[in-house]
Structures are given as C-alpha cells and as structure tokens.
Design a protein around this ligand. Structure first.
Ligand code: M6R
Length: 608
C-alpha cells in the first residue's frame, strides 16, 4: 500500500512526480523519494518522514531530466529509514525501481542473487526485483522486466527506469493496481488516476499480469508471456477539485460535510419512479436473485461495519439468511456454501487485499459475486460478476466517513429490491422506505449543523484515556464504527460493544472517568438500550448519548447528549454515526493530531 508514479515528457519531472505523490500520499506516508535520469546519470532523492521533507530536499538539491519515478511508502519490510525508502537501485546505480506490493519469495530470491554477487542495501522485500532486472540488463529493460516477473510470487505493481534505456518507463502489475496515460508529448504511470489527474484526461487501467512499455506517444502492453494486449482507454471522470481539500482544513472534515450531497445523489439515482434502480452493472438477473438462499457479506474495517447493517436489513426486508464475515477470516475459514449462495464484497477502494482474496475464494467455488464498490475499475469491480456503485466520490481521508454512509444507503436499496422481488416488501412498505430515504440527506445536513456543539463535548473528553461505545440492533454497528473512528485518528483506546453484552465483561471497565457513548435513537430496541445506559450510570460511567430530538428520558440520564432528527429506524445508523465522526475528528484535532495521516495507517490496505 504505497503510491507509485512515473513520468516521461517535457514538463519539470520532479514537480510532476511530487504533485502526483501529494495526491497519492493517502496510500502511505512514512517515507518518500524520486529518481530522475539527468544527463545520463541516475539521481535519487529520498527521505524518511513526511512528503514535505522530500519537497524541501528537492528544493535544496534540484534535479532536472525528462524521465523519472516516485514513491510514497507504507512500510511492510524494514523500518521507514533512508535505505528502505524507494526508489531502490541496482548494484551499479543504473536502474531505479518503485514498488507497491509484497514479494512473498523474496528471501529465497535474495539468497540466490547474493550468491551471484549482488549487494543489497535495504531490508525491503522489493529490492530483489531491481537486482533480478539487473541480471538481464543486457537484453534491454522491457525484456529484463519480463524475465524478472516470472520469478516473483506475491502481489506487485512497479515502475522502473534505466540509464541504458533512458526514454522508456517500464511497468508491471500482478494483483496490485496500476494505471497509465499517454499522448504524443508525454506518458505517465501511477497507482491510481489521482496521481496524474492534472495532466491527462484519458486513462488506461493496466490489465492484470501485464507489462507496459511507455514512451511519448507510445504505450505497448504485453502479458507476462509476451503477447500484445489491447486495453480500452477511458475518459477521466474525476476532477482535480474532487480530490482537493477546498476550504476545509482536512479531507476528513470535507468528506463528513459532503455526506448530504453524496446521499442526495445516491437517492436520486436509485429511486426510479415508484421502483428501485440498482445500476447498469448489477450483472445478476432478477431470476438469479430470486433464487438466492443465502448471502455472505465479506469486508474489512468500516466496510465490514456497513455489512453488519446490511445483514439486519437484508434479513428484515428480503428474509434471506445473511452472514457477515471479516474478509481476513472469511478467506481462510473454508466456509460452507451451496450453489444458491451469493457472495458480496463491500469495499470503498476496491483494492483491499483480504477482500479481493475473499472474492476470489468465492469465484473458485463458482459462486456468484455481487460487490458494493466505490472506485470504478478497481480490482473488486473487475473481478465481480456485478457491482452496485457506492457513488461516494473520491474518498481521500484515511478515516472512512462518506463511503460508510453511502454503503449503508446502497445496502438499504438492495435489501428493498430483494424484498420486492421475493414478495416480502409491499408497495406500501416500499413507499414508506423511499420517503425515509428521500428525507435523509436533509436530515444529515441538520446533524452536521451540530458540529460546534459536538466540538464542545470533544473539548471535555479529549484527554480521556479510554472510551466505551454502546449500541444495539442496527446501531450496534454504529457503536463499532464510532469506536473505530476514534481510535484510528486519536489513538485513544475505544471499545465498541453490543450494549446487551456489556454486563458479560466490559462493565468491569466502567468507573467515574469512563466516557460511554450510548447510541440510542428511537428504535425497536430503545427501551432495552435505556436500561443499559442506566446500568452504566449505576457504575458512575459518564454517558454521552445520541438521542432522537425530544427524547427526554435518555437525555435525563445522560451527562451529555446530541439530538438527531426523528427518523425511520432503518436510516438511524446513518444519522447516528455523523456525531461520532465529528466527535472523533474534533478530539483528534484538539490533540493536535494529523487526522488525514494517522500513524501506522494508509487508505488502501493492499497487503494481507
Ligand atoms: O477500501 P475498503 O472499504 O475495502 O477498506 C476497508 C478498511 O481498510 C477501511 O474501512 C478502514 O477500516 C478505514 N481506515 C476505516 O476508517
């Protein structure tokens, strides 16, 4: 989960590489570097630490040239220190390489290469690639790359330049994302479109298991066996502004504030007259959907939380037995399926390694796979039988916010669609739900207006050491998500729990210093949740409750509360999570933390 970029052309190469790296930084940010061929010499600039430090270094020690590569790293093998920072070079410092991925057989390859006299300078798994290329450098860069990839196991996307082939950018991908662009004057490669968005308006999603040789006006794609492949050219549909912070101090806050707009577009797109439109890429017929007897949702992190809500609503509306698995568990658990099982991956990025592996597990077993995915043309998009587009727009903040609420709303539409097909949802039920969904964007806007009120609560608790988050029913997932948001950006120990389970253990943690976020909008489990809050109060815990406007009972027993509008139970997880996103955001910023670049994390987890 690193960001890679390469460029050949007439612009100032270091500026192009740096510009791209800033936009790819969300993929990893513990060290960064560039390599440029300058007057037949390979010049490398790299630093551990933030990208701003690389920028400073390049200002101090400028380099010019017409071809270069760049990298922003999320360390897997080897600490974020200079020798492990990419670009990595061969023994003679003639070839430079940037990689995203993991080379699983690197130890064996390293032994082999060291026995042949290669000198390794880093502890990375990736360095073997540059030495493998060096081994065959006399055959030309493209051929050397072709021979190198044959020896690699794992997943990778890389770009390489060489002073002996100085007009060519050679790249390869196997199970890690990579795109390229070219025109008569210039060409580029990057982990995703954001790296090159300001330069090109057309993009090629490099097919899996292929090698690309890029030059000005030329792009030759071959598979690993050397056969030429044609890949379609797509129009770039995202705009620089979509991936810009605009007036906001952080992407996370911008994305929280974008939720009314995002949800409005989803609702407008999905409601078709008095029916539901799930999009043109569903890939599974109504007849096939009618036959589905079981759904297995598999996802990670925030997307897994959305899946938990999906289970509740799919079972409720469509009466289909639904399981939700964490992808890293699902892929190894040898689950029992029957031929009418539908597997659903949920993923914002579409590149999460464990979720892709779970999807492949389903395909090996000949199961139909319908995925919810935000990034179009991502691996999960391409490998699923069909998709429902999440439609959240580009999400850059490492802490997922708008993708989560967009996932929930799409699952709501899917559940209703299946319910209608199977005859469990009547036209009157549907009308009631569609009305609730249509009202939702406006209600989310009202909750966002409570931002400053929530910041005041954040001020009181920003120095707390631990937090407990409790919820029930649909809002059990809200409690998990609230806790995840807080811990990932503020590093506060936060535990999310099903409130009814509290007395089976976590209640022991409660004392008069423990803030307990209690998610209790008016739902079918309202009274039960109220009892759980009472139990926490009796142990001197400090309840901060999310309540429905006008709910005096929960307010009455809570130390602090935030009121959300009256809503249908099924949309309550969307409205309840917004105050928790804002609470986490404000606590982290009050602590002076970098919410868009939380430590140890990266936006897409493309390694196992
Ligand atoms: O791109 P995905 O939805 O597959 O990502 C899954 C998780 O890595 C992601 O949700 C992660 O938990 C976020 N940092 C949560 O904010």
């Amino acid at each position: 989960m690193c960001g890679i970029i390469g460029y050949v052309g007439g612009r100032d190469v270091p500026s192009v590489l740096l510009g791209g790296l800033w936009r790819l930084e969300y993929r990893g940010y513990d060290s960064s570097g560039i390599a440029v061929i300058s007057n037949s010499e390979l010049v490398v600039r790299k630093v551990p630490g933030k990208l701003s430090e690389l920028e400073e270094l390049i200002k101090r020690k400028h380099v010019s040239g017409t071809i270069g590569i760049g990298h922003t790293r999320w360390a897997t093998h080897g600490l974020p220190q200079e020798n492990n920072t990419h670009p990595l070079v061969d023994c003679n410092e003639e070839i430079a390489l940037v990689v995203n991925g993991i080379i699983e057989n690197y130890l064996a390859l390293k032994d082999e290469l060291e026995a042949k006299g290669h000198i390794f300078r880093s502890l990375t798994d990736s360095e073997v690639i540059v030495h493998l290329i060096e081994e065959n450098r006399s055959r030309g860069l493209a051929e050397a790359v072709k021979l190198a990839v044959k020896k690699l196991t794992g997943n990778f996307a890389f770009a390489v330049i060489s002073i002996n082939d100085r007009n060519k950018l050679v790249c390869a991908r196997h199970d890690a994302p990579l795109i390229c662009c070219y025109n008569s004057k210039e060409a580029a490669v990057a982990s995703d479109i954001s790296g090159v968005i300001s330069i090109f308006d057309e993009v090629i999603y490099i097919p899996n298991d292929s090698i690309v040789v890029l030059q000005k006006g030329k792009c030759i794609i071959t598979n690993f066996q050397g056969r030429t492949i044609k890949a379609p050219v797509h129009q770039v549909t995202i705009d620089v502004q979509d991936i810009d912070k605009g007036r906001f101090p952080h992407f996370m806050l911008k994305e929280i504030y974008e939720q009314p707009k995002v949800l409005h577009s989803i609702v407008s797109e999905r409601i078709a007259g008095d029916g539901i439109r799930l999009g043109s890429e569903l890939g599974i017929s109504d007849a096939e959907l009618k036959k589905v007897s079981r759904i297995v949702i598999q996802a990670c992190g925030t997307s897994w939380h959305a899946g938990l809500i999906g289970k509740y609503i799919i079972e409720k509306f469509a009466r289909i037995h639904t399981e939700v698995d964490i992808s890293s568990e699902f892929r190894y658990r040898d689950a029992v399926f029957d031929s009418d099982t539908l597997v659903m991956a949920i993923s914002q990025s579409g590149e999460t390694a464990d979720t892709i592996a779970g999807l492949r597990e389903a395909k090996v077993k000949f199961l139909k796979a319908l995925s919810l995915v935000n990034v179009l043309q991502s691996s999960i998009h391409r490998e699923s039988d069909g998709i429902i587009e999440i439609m959240a727009g580009p999400e850059i903040g490492v802490a997922s916010t708008k993708a989560y609420t967009a996932e929930i709303v799409n699952l709501h539409f899917l559940a209703l669609y299946l319910g209608l097909l199977r005859g469990f949802v009547s036209r009157a039920d549907l009308a009631e739900h569609l009305a609730a969904l249509e009202e939702l964007p406006g209600q989310v806007e009202q909750v966002i207006k409570l931002d400053s009120e929530i910041r005041e609560i954040a001020k009181i608790f920003c120095n707390s050491r631990d937090f407990l988050f409790l919820g029930r029913g649909l809002n059990y997932a809200t409690a998990l998500e609230g806790a995840l948001k807080l811990k990932e950006i503020s590093y506060i120990n936060a535990t999310g729990y099903a409130a009814g389970e509290m007395k089976h253990g976590p209640i022991a943690m409660i004392d008069n210093k423990m803030p307990i976020v209690c998610v209790n909008p008016r739902t079918s489990v309202y009274e039960k949740m109220l009892n759980n809050i009472q139990e926490a109060v009796a142990r001197k815990g400090i309840p901060i409750s999310i309540v429905t406007r006008g709910d005096r009972r929960t307010r009455g027993i809570s130390a602090y509360s935030v009121s959300i509008p009256e809503c249908h139970e099924c949309v309550s997880p969307v409205l309840s999570v917004i105050p928790l996103q804002l609470l986490a955001y404000h606590i982290a910023t009050l602590k002076g933390l970098d919410v868009d670049r939380p430590r140890n994390l990266a936006k897409s987890v493309t390694v196992e």
